[in-house]
Design a protein around this ligand. Structure first.
Ligand code: GDP
Length: 386
């Protein structure tokens, strides 16, 4: 896995240790890195950032020759780590559970080009949510590609899930809306909407996704990208992100990916995280994306015994004379205050009470306070049935 990327980064570390660190040598090593990264499917703008960041660190440092290999490795690790951290974090299951407490279904729209593994990934996610005890309905909103509805139906049959479908050529937004209405009336936790992956033109495709979005107002849009399609995937991610503004991605076929650059490129180019990685063709072959695992795959070991970059980068200035330390002011005890009137009440109790007494979700703060008080009293009274 990721052999190309591993080789590219290892070559640059040794490259620097074998050369003098004059400008010409630095340029030579960075040029070689650029070629290796291109072969690993790293997007050009990402390569430029990596090169700039390395150059700045090396030129600005006074690192000794014997430490340079580790210094470069650590600089690369820091760059990659920051790239993933800056993209943020999305927890799909937590988000669905959050919305579940408001009795509304969580709506996810899957977007991506045909053949990337979008339908398979949707089925894998559905299966995973089912294992998390969340109920799921699937909307067959790719009404364009022949076979798309049957393919999805085959997954839902195998997974024993409800599918909402109409005929080919029907309005995908109407199919998605039907699925949402079904979810609302049957108290289903989550709606997963499959969408077309190709149409007559790319603008037709984007307009169709925009219409679905307008009609069902999804809580999350997920882009599905194929890690084997290299720079095509990065270009698709960039285009979909611009047009559809998806929140996160699933990267498929990582099990067969020898290059490894797609994950880094998609995240950097879209500034949004990868949440899951497809690692095979079975329903269970999906894992949460982990920055640590990525770094371990690429660098083998991520603990390096060198001073941290900030310590070696710049000569330390003479310490300024410090004023006499003042005694720290003691924190004043604050009155306990909570904005959440339901604080301290178990979610199970809220749900049971709402079901028993058929209570609609509160719409104002006052209603919420009243409801919370009623539930507290009900718990005190031993949770009686009506
Ligand atoms: P779609 O056209 O984007 O909906 O793509 P499909 O879901 O039909 O997938 C295309 C092919 O990729 C199928 O043969 C899938 O089994 C395969 N596939 C999807 N995800 C993965 C994965 O993570 N690893 C591997 N090895 N194959 C995958």
């Amino acid at each position: 896995m990721f052999d190309n990327l591993k080789k590219a980064f290892s070559n640059v570390s040794t490259g620097f240790s074998e050369k003098d660190l004059n400008e010409k040598d630095i340029e030579d090593v960075l040029f070689e890195l650029e070629i290796n990264l291109l072969e690993s499917d790293v997007a050009t703008e990402v390569i430029d950032s990596i090169k700039d960041s390395l150059k700045e660190k090396i030129i600005g440092s006074r690192v000794e020759k014997k430490n340079i290999q580790n210094f470069v490795k650590q600089s690369l690790i820091e760059f990659i780590s920051e790239t993933f951290d800056n993209a943020g974090h999305v927890d799909l299951v937590a988000r669905i559970n959050e919305k579940k407490s408001s009795n509304e279904p969580f709506i996810v729209v899957f977007v991506g080009i045909n053949g990337t593994g979008k339908t398979t990934s949707l089925a894998k996610v559905a299966n995973m949510l089912k294992n998390e005890k969340l109920s799921v309905v699937i909307a067959a909103a790719d009404t364009y590609r022949a076979g798309a509805i049957e393919q999805l139906r085959e997954h839902t049959n195998r997974l024993n899930l409800k599918i909402i479908a109409q005929n080919y050529g029907s309005d995908p937004a109407a199919v998605a809306k039907d699925a949402v209405l079904y979810a609302k009336s049957h108290k289903v936790d989550c709606v997963l909407v499959d969408t077309a992956g190709r149409m007559q033109t790319s603008s037709n495709l984007m307009e169709q996704i925009a219409k679905i979005t307008k009609v069902v107002k999804p809580d999350m849009k997920i882009f599905v990208g194929d890690s084997l399609a290299g720079n095509d995937t990065v270009n698709q991610a960039r285009e979909f992100h611009k047009q559809v503004n998806f929140e996160c991605s699933i990267l498929t076929k990582s099990d067969a990916d020898a290059r490894g650059g797609a994950a880094l490129s998609i995240v950097k180019v879209t500034s949004s995280p990868i949440i899951y990685v497809g690692v095979g063709q079975e329903y269970d072959d999906i894992v949460k994306f982990s920055k640590q695992t990525f770094l371990e795959n690429v660098f083998e070991s991520t603990d390096i015994d060198v001073p941290s970059l900030s310590e070696i980068k710049k000569p330390q200035p003479e310490p300024e004379p410090q004023p006499e330390p003042q005694p720290e002011p003691q924190p004043q005890p604050q009155p306990e205050e909570s904005d959440d009137p339901f604080k301290g009440i178990e979610t199970d109790d809220i749900n049971t009470y709402a079901d028993l007494y058929d209570v609609p979700p509160p719409e104002t703060d006052n209603e919420a306070k009243n409801l919370a008080n009623k539930i507290k009293k009900w718990i005190q009274d031993g949770r009686p049935k009506p």
